[in-house]
Design a protein around this ligand. Structure first.
Ligand SMILES: [Zn+2]
Length: 117
């Protein structure tokens, strides 16, 4: 399959694995869940229990994979999710700040709390 040239660019994304996000649009609008994976090339994320898709898998005994229909999380465009701030518990856009010691952190645009653990 020919590679899409757009997929070769690693975009800067403000969402990281393990973040709590809220799905803002689409079938699972309003759902809040943990980010399971981030694809900075496609600008997509998978969110726990959101955008579930059914995959029809073929059994592969050598890899111990059972066949059948498996439900798993599908990709959601990052532009369709927003981070949930642990400080004010609301979905927010992300601001970036530099601490006095020079480390960069993501902060909440609503309350200014840092989003790093
Ligand atoms: Zn906040």
């Amino acid at each position: 399959m020919r590679k899409n040239p757009e997929d070769l660019v690693r975009h800067i994304v403000s969402v990281r694995k393990g973040d709590q996000v809220r799905v803002m649009t689409g079938r699972d609008k309003g759902k809040v869940g943990r980010v399971l994976s981030v694809d900075p090339y496609k600008r997509t994320v998978t969110v726990e229990h959101a955008s579930m898709i059914k995959r029809h898998t073929r059994p592969n005994p050598s890899k111990n994979i059972k066949g059948g229909i498996v439900e798993r999380e599908g990709a959601i465009a990052i532009s369709n999710v927003l981070l949930v701030c642990p400080g004010c518990n609301k979905h927010t856009r992300v601001a970036h700040a530099t601490l006095p010691d020079g480390t960069k952190v993501r902060t909440c645009r609503r309350c200014g709390a840092t989003l790093e653990k």
